[in-house]
Design a protein around this ligand. Structure first.
Ligand SMILES: O=C(O)c1cc(=O)[nH]c(=O)n1[C@@H]1O[C@H](COP(=O)(O)O)[C@@H](O)[C@H]1O
Length: 232
């Protein structure tokens, strides 16, 4: 059973293991969980994930798998073997893909939380229309319900959709919300954003907060200030 209670997940969006490990050395597993995404994983591979797990961190392997059911099932199996705490797939991959991933994880001795990405927080209604999809208010609840029907543990969504999804999917269905920006910080390439305080109040279970922390002059001080503001 995990001792970690923090809702904050910090993405290690660096291009090399040295920077990622330096960050992991400055914080502790009690202060935050860590996310390894496509940039760092492509550069450094599974060994780095194992090192972070070995240091006691709960690691979210954010590779957003989206492929045919067999391929995604085998990929989440490989993730489970790395000992990660959470792994994600694109909910748009559909029912058969999500069910195959969930069934595969049920057969593993270590079972990470399985999370479906609904609509990326960088996208707005215009972006979705251009690729033939309805606005977030329609698309996000649809994909969240589908993910829940497939037995996933929760979804990635914008905090702006959190209160709707909590009502729709219930308290136990985990909501992981990136696009978190403390008041006054740059929006960067994010579109559907919210402050940490508002996100928790809206029902988010986990806040993914990257550049506002990792690019700040003193990342530990920024992380601590956010935790204080949240009383966590
Ligand atoms: O799955 C994710 O973590 C994710 C989904 C999403 O819809 N939007 C999103 O920003 N993310 C990730 O969350 C992180 C956000 O980082 P910052 O924008 O720097 O706070 C990045 O690592 C993204 O890859």
């Amino acid at each position: 059973m995990s001792m970690v209670h923090t809702p904050i997940i910090v993405p290690l969006d660096f291009d090399n293991a040295a920077q990622a490990l330096a960050f992991a050395d400055r914080v502790t597993p009690e202060l935050c969980r860590l996310k390894v995404g496509k940039e760092l994983f492509t550069a450094e591979g599974p060994q780095l994930v194992e090192q972070l797990v070995g240091r006691g961190y709960e690691v979210f392997l954010d590779l957003k798998f989206h492929d045919i059911p067999n391929t995604v099932a085998q990929a989440v199996k490989a993730a489970a073997r790395l000992g990660v705490w959470m792994v994600n797939v694109h909910a748009q991959g559909g029912r058969k893909m999500m069910c195959a991933a969930r069934e595969m994880l049920e057969a593993q001795s270590h079972r990470p939380l399985l999370i479906g990405v609904t609509v990326l927080t960088s996208l707005d209604g215009h972006d979705l229309a251009e690729v033939g999809l309805p606005e977030p208010a329609i698309q996000v609840p649809l994909l969240a319900r589908l993910a829940q029907e497939c037995g996933l543990d929760g979804v990635v969504c914008s905090a702006r959709e959190a209160s709707t999804l909590k009502q729709l999917c219930g308290a136990d269905f985990k909501l992981v919300t990136p696009g978190i920006r403390p008041a006054g910080s740059s929006q960067d390439d994010q579109s559907r954003v919210m402050t940490p305080e508002a996100a928790l109040a809206a029902g988010a279970d986990y806040l993914v907060i990257g550049r506002p922390i990792t690019q700040s002059v003193d990342p530990l001080a920024t992380l601590t200030a956010i935790r204080t503001s949240l009383a966590v």
